[in-house]
Structure formats: structure tokens, C-alpha cells
Design a protein around this ligand. Structure first.
Ligand code: RIB
Length: 298
């Protein structure tokens, strides 16, 4: 069984600010740093750091060599990352004094996936292999259809949620990992429990992990719901916390851990990630996650 993550790779320009800029406001930034990120890249690195051999597929632009090197350095297989002309995906991320962020995303090379490239990648994968997806690349509907035809198991983090996702046949997804905003966008339900009920009605065959920020996370499977609180830490930067959670939870499922243990492992890994700056750089190794003692918030 092989694991493929078909997803974005971004150069993240991170600016510390006092507060997230309001419309019409000008505010000086406390500095600027460049980090490797993208929900796809972050989740591949989280999977690799959690001990899962993972192939990443995606496109970078002319300045994107550093993204490939970062994947390689962190143990992600880069056979299916191609460099094309033009610019890589990039973001402008404001991080406020509480560690909260806001992200402006320029898709760049991530939005130039072609049907030929999808075939070139998927030809090497087969029934039973796992495909991990987020929503920062184009042609997601096509990737889902082709992977499903091959019998791959599809894991989707529908983030960021947009119109393109409405074109996808999400009944083909085996596992969803989403936050409360995405859950509301997908179901129209604001309240978390109702959103989960609706997700269950819409996708009765899929497992669902809903993350609720400070309120922790919930697993919804055929057997019912399991809840997990967050671990207490001082957050400096929440970028990639969700990606860390996603990568670690998927790794726990692949490793055959019960869902409750998977939630706990993922919650701990993402708690460690928010104590550090940056996206991919902030993701801890499994060894560290296992040996770090953290208190769960009541
Ligand atoms: O989830 C965090 C990621 O979202 C950042 O690394 C940024 O690139 C955006 O895609």
C-alpha cells in the first residue's frame, strides 16, 4: 500500500503584526520571514515526520527548488513534483500577537495541473493505495474521479472550501478532515453537532474528523462519536496546526490505531506545532510527540 499526497506547495511570506489588518488600514509589520508551506506540502511533511512513507505530487514554478529540497530533507518522496515555467504558489501571512493568522493565497503553479499530469502520476498507483487531497490545486474533481476508478482510498481536507469543491463527487471520499468553518460551508449547519449529523447523512460511508479549535476535535464513524480536547501550550503561530493534525491523524489510521488514540496523537502534534513559527518547520517528529508530556485542557 502506497500513500500519495497530490497537493499544493507554497512559499509563505510571514509578517508579524500587532493585529490582522482591517480594510483601509495601513500597519507596519514587525519583520518578514520566508517559510516553506502550502497545505499539501505541510501535510506530506507531517505524514513523513509521523513515520509514513509518502509521495508528493504537485507543481512548482521557477523559484520553487527550495520547496522540493524541503520535501526531500524531511523524507517526502519527490518523484512526482515537477518544475514548470512561471511562479510557484505563494502566500502573504499575517500573524498577530496572539499567534492567529490570516492568509492571502496566490495559486501560481499549483493551479496549473493538467489532465496529462494527473494520468502521469496516477498510473503508478493502484487499488488500496491512499490518496490525500486538500483544495489548493485545480482539477480536484478529475483527480478524485480517476483515483476512485482505480480503487484508491481518498482522504480529503476540504480546505479552503470554495465553488470548485461543489463540482467534486464527494461520495467517493473515504475520510474527511475539516474544521468547523468548512463543515458549515459544506452542510449549511453552524452548530458543530448538527454539521456532523448532516455530514453523516450526506456521506454515510465516510469517516469524519471535525476540528473545533479550542474545543478540540471529534471523530464520527459508523460506531458513533469520540471527542478529544486540546493540549495546553503557549501558541506563537497557528499556521499549519491543522495540517499537522491532518497528517498525524492519517498516519494513525494507516498504523491501525483506534480513532480516539489517533485524535490524541494528532492533537498533541498540532499543539507542539503552534509553539513554533512557520509552517513545515513547525511540525514535530513522532519521537518528540511521543515523549513530550502535555496537560490536556479541561
Ligand atoms: O495551512 C497552512 C498553509 O495554508 C500555509 O502554509 C499556506 O501556504 C496556506 O496554504
Amino acid at each position: 500500500m502506497k500513500v500519495l499526497n497530490f497537493g499544493s506547495l507554497n512559499l509563505d511570506y510571514v509578517y508579524p503584526v500587532d493585529h490582522i489588518i482591517l480594510p483601509g488600514e495601513t500597519e507596519p509589520a514587525g519583520g518578514v520571514t520566508l517559510h516553506c508551506g502550502g497545505k499539501g506540502l505541510n501535510q506530506s511533511i507531517a505524514l513523513a515526520k509521523a513515520g509514513v512513507p509518502v509521495y508528493h505530487a504537485g507543481l512548482v514554478g521557477e523559484e520553487g527548488q527550495v520547496l522540493i529540497e524541503t520535501c526531500l530533507k524531511n523524507g517526502v518522496k519527490t518523484d512526482y513534483i515537477k518544475t514548470i515555467s512561471g511562479r510557484s504558489g505563494h502566500t502573504i501571512i499575517q500573524v498577530d500577537r496572539h499567534g492567529q493568522n490570516s492568509i492571502l493565497l496566490f495559486g501560481g503553479a499549483n493551479r496549473r495541473i493538467t489532465e496529462e499530469f494527473i494520468e502521469e502520476v496516477l498510473k503508478d498507483f493502484e487499488k488500496g493505495d491512499i490518496l490525500v487531497l486538500q483544495n489548493e490545486i485545480n482539477l480536484l474533481d478529475r483527480i478524485i474521479d480517476r483515483a476512485y476508478e482505480k480503487g484508491m482510498r481518498i482522504v480529503l481536507n476540504p480546505s479552503p472550501f470554495d465553488e470548485a469543491l461543489k463540482k467534486c463527487d464527494l461520495k467517493k471520499v473515504s475520510l474527511f478532515l475539516l474544521n468547523e468553518i468548512e463543515a458549515e460551508q459544506m452542510t449549511g449547519e453552524k452548530e458543530a453537532e448538527r454539521a456532523l449529523d448532516r455530514m453523516r447523512e450526506l456521506y454515510p460511508e465516510a469517516g469524519i474528523v471535525l476540528t473545533l479549535g479550542a474545543l478540540g476535535s471529534v471523530w464520527q464513524g459508523k460506531e458513533g462519536r469520540i471527542r478529544q480536547g486540546i493540549y495546553q501550550v503557549k501558541a506563537v503561530d497557528t499556521t499549519a496546526a491543522g495540517d499537522t493534525f491532518t497528517g498525524y491523524f492519517i498516519s494513525s489510521m494507516i498504523g491501525g490505531l483506534p480513532a480516539g488514540e489517533g485524535l490524541s496523537l494528532a492533537a498533541k502534534a498540532s499543539a507542539i506545532a503552534v509553539t513554533r513559527h512557520g509552517a513545515a518547520d513547525s511540525i514535530p517528529l513522532k519521537e518528540e510527540v511521543l515523549k513530550t508530556e502535555l496537560k490536556q485542557k479541561e
